[in-house]
Design a protein around this ligand. Sequence first.
Ligand SMILES: O=C1O[C@H](COP(=O)(O)O)[C@@H](O)[C@H](O)[C@H]1O
Length: 243
Amino acid sequence: MTETPPPLVEVHPDAETLATAVAGELLNRVADAQAAGHVPNVGLTGGTIADAVHREIARLAPASGVDWGAVVLWFGDERFVPADSADRNVNQARAAFLDEVGAHRVHTAPASSEVGSVEESATAYADTFRAQGIGDFDVLMLGVGPDGHVASLFPGHPALETTSAITVGVHDSPKPPPERVSLTFEALNRSQSVWFLASGEAKADAVRRALAEEGSVAETPARGVTGAAETIWFLDRDAAGQL
Ligand SMILES: O=C1O[C@H](COP(=O)(O)O)[C@@H](O)[C@H](O)[C@H]1O
């Protein structure tokens, strides 16, 4: 088995500077990939710090030279609610930056108003991956819950144990809404760069557990994802407070 490099930690004074730094770094990576003739696949996440990052991408995008029409965008997880619900991660991202920058190659799991069950949604999302022939994510951004969850893989939840599938339907999520679709560890780990984003004191214990020498993935699912080329933890000072 190939060894992945150890995680790097980058600490910023607060959530605002963290969001600006991540947005700037993402724009640089995507611009470089496009300059090299590559069509980048980028994994997006929902959540509070992700929203701040997305708004910074919108602000910085005009000067970046990135052609967002030629970036393929995915979500690490999606909430199984109606298509027009503000709870959908894709709607949060559309409002924050996707519409403004002109991104249109955007893929997420179908909504509850589009398919009949969370399993059907998970299967359709997996089919989209296969149809697009995605090898791996160039950059996958992931939020981290205060409980250590990543995407919609929650501590002690049966969805953690999914093998031989790239998506899973999640029922009884401890965080609302209860039904979600998540990429599995198998899919999340098909990433060159994994960037964890965490801000605020409420995340400090989860960040400590995720980066500790010892601990289980069942207890802290964020421990289960690494990038083949790099894993970076982008933190603010409060989230890094227990390191
Ligand atoms: O429910 C979710 O939560 C996490 C983290 O969100 P945050 O608001 O605590 O930052 C997010 O990564 C995930 O995509 C989302 O569905």
